[in-house]
Design a binder for this molecule. Structure first.
Ligand code: PMP
Ligand code: GLU
Length: 394
């Protein structure tokens, strides 16, 4: 049958993370008691002061178009936070606010990448990166990492993946799905490659405030000479439990990139939502104690998940230092009809009512991803079910 689709739409895969959330919601609406370890979004209510700011903004009548790249107060708030938290000095004109960090990455890739251009990412990677690179017409070059090396890139081989077509390296620390935080040596090695080979770095820092074990976050742009090569992407979704409000942003000191992203936005979505921008101003400028409260809760959930998973015969995981995902090696469970991460995730969902995301779309068939952005009772219940599921397979 004739297809009406463009080649890029025909090739596009839907987001595996969002597909699992949809499936989870569907089963729950049928009254099935599903344990949701699917999509990564904080389960906390958005802090009260942020919700109040959104309401006030509506009441002030701020329901009209805003400047395409975001309201001045929000751009200033982004700069102030970057400066006070990390000593990184962007100016408001370096910032473009978009409809979520995902949108900021999408816009960045649309601005930078064309047919033939290559973007390097490290595997396991967030599901949307290769698809967004593909939508821009570019080619994704995947640099594998090993679980034995805690999923950290091997700096000595990075240069081997750079060709004359490489334009950028897209990094994500803390990482979704592995939870790994790149140590300074890894950042330094990536920075050296960027400098030697004249590349840009797109640094997705959406989990910067969700780091455990006392590890300190450093933005990639804070490294010597890297400000001018880095497009820093962040947002309020994860830190402030504001996923549905859809505010993300990027910072770049290269004016042509900022202008191109703004123009792309002006011809596609126009400004991000006005009410959500007002809420994001409060998130970034208001009291920050809720952030630490949520982080501490995530850290104890991480500990529970880590202990529980590693106690199940046949499963294992590395200790995540950030974000809220357990990337679980389940290869030993592949037997009979279960031969890959999709089969195992389907088995867990259909037979044991535990929703998780298969590792395949993250670049690893040996793993499944369990989000621990859910309460401890649910984590305990889910681990119990997974334990039973694994026992039944042995
Ligand atoms: N990057 C990574 C690695 C993520 O996990 C997410 C979560 N959705 C995003 C970007 C985008 O976040 P948002 O669009 O909700 O700001
Ligand atoms: N980033 C989250 C996840 O990986 C939310 C879903 C999405 O945006 O893909 O689950």
């Amino acid at each position: 049958m004739k297809s009406w689709l463009s080649p890029r739409a025909a090739e596009l895969k839907p987001s595996a993370t969002l597909a699992i959330s949809a499936k989870e919601r569907e089963l729950k609406s049928k009254g099935i008691d599903v344990v949701g370890f699917g999509a990564g979004e904080p389960d906390f209510p958005t802090p009260a002061d942020i919700r109040a700011a959104a309401k006030l903004s509506l009441d002030r009548g701020e329901t009209f178009y805003t400047p395409v790249a975001g309201i001045p107060a929000l751009k200033k708030a982004v700069c102030d936070r970057m400066n006070s938290d990390y000593g990184v000095s962007y100016k408001p004109e370096d910032i473009v606010v978009s409809c979520g960090a995902k949108h900021s990455i999408y816009n960045t890739l649309q601005a930078l990448i064309g047919p033939g251009d290559e973007v390097i990412i490290f595997s396991p990677y967030w599901v949307s990166y290769p698809e967004m690179i593909g939508l821009a017409g570019g080619k994704t070059v995947i640099v594998p990492t090993s679980e034995e090396n805690r999923f950290l890139p091997d700096p000595s081989t990075l240069g081997d993946y750079v060709t004359s077509a490489t334009k950028a390296i897209l990094i994500n620390s803390p990482s979704n799905p592995t939870g790994m935080v790149y140590p300074p040596e890894t950042f330094q090695a990536i920075a050296k490659t960027a400098k030697d080979k004249d590349l840009l770095i797109i640094s997705d820092e959406i989990y910067d405030k969700l780091i455990y074990d006392g590890i300190k976050f450093t933005p990639f742009a804070a490294q010597p000479d890297m400000m001018k090569r880095t497009i820093t992407v962040n947002g309020v979704s994860k830190t402030y439990a504001m996923t549905g409000l859809r505010i993300g942003y990027l910072g770049s000191v290269i004016p042509e990139i900022v202008t191109a992203v703004t123009d792309i936005q002006s011809q596609s979505t126009s400004n991000p939502n006005s009410t959500a921008q007002a809420a994001a101003v409060e998130a970034l400028c208001g009291p920050q104690h809720e952030v630490e409260k949520m982080r501490l809760i995530f850290e104890s959930r991480r500990d529970l998940m880590l202990k529980g998973v590693n106690a199940i015969p046949g499963l294992s995981m590395q200790k995540p230092s950030g974000a809220f995902y357990a990337f679980v090696n389940c290869k030993k469970m592949y037997k009979g009809p279960i031969q890959n991460s999709g089969d195992f995730a389907r088995y867990l969902l259909e037979k044991h009512h535990v929703a998780c995301v298969p590792g395949g779309p993250f670049g690893s068939e040996d793993h499944i991803r369990l989000s621990f952005a859910t309460d401890e009772d649910t984590i305990a219940k889910g681990l119990d079910r997974i334990s039973t599921a694994c026992r039944e397979l042995s």
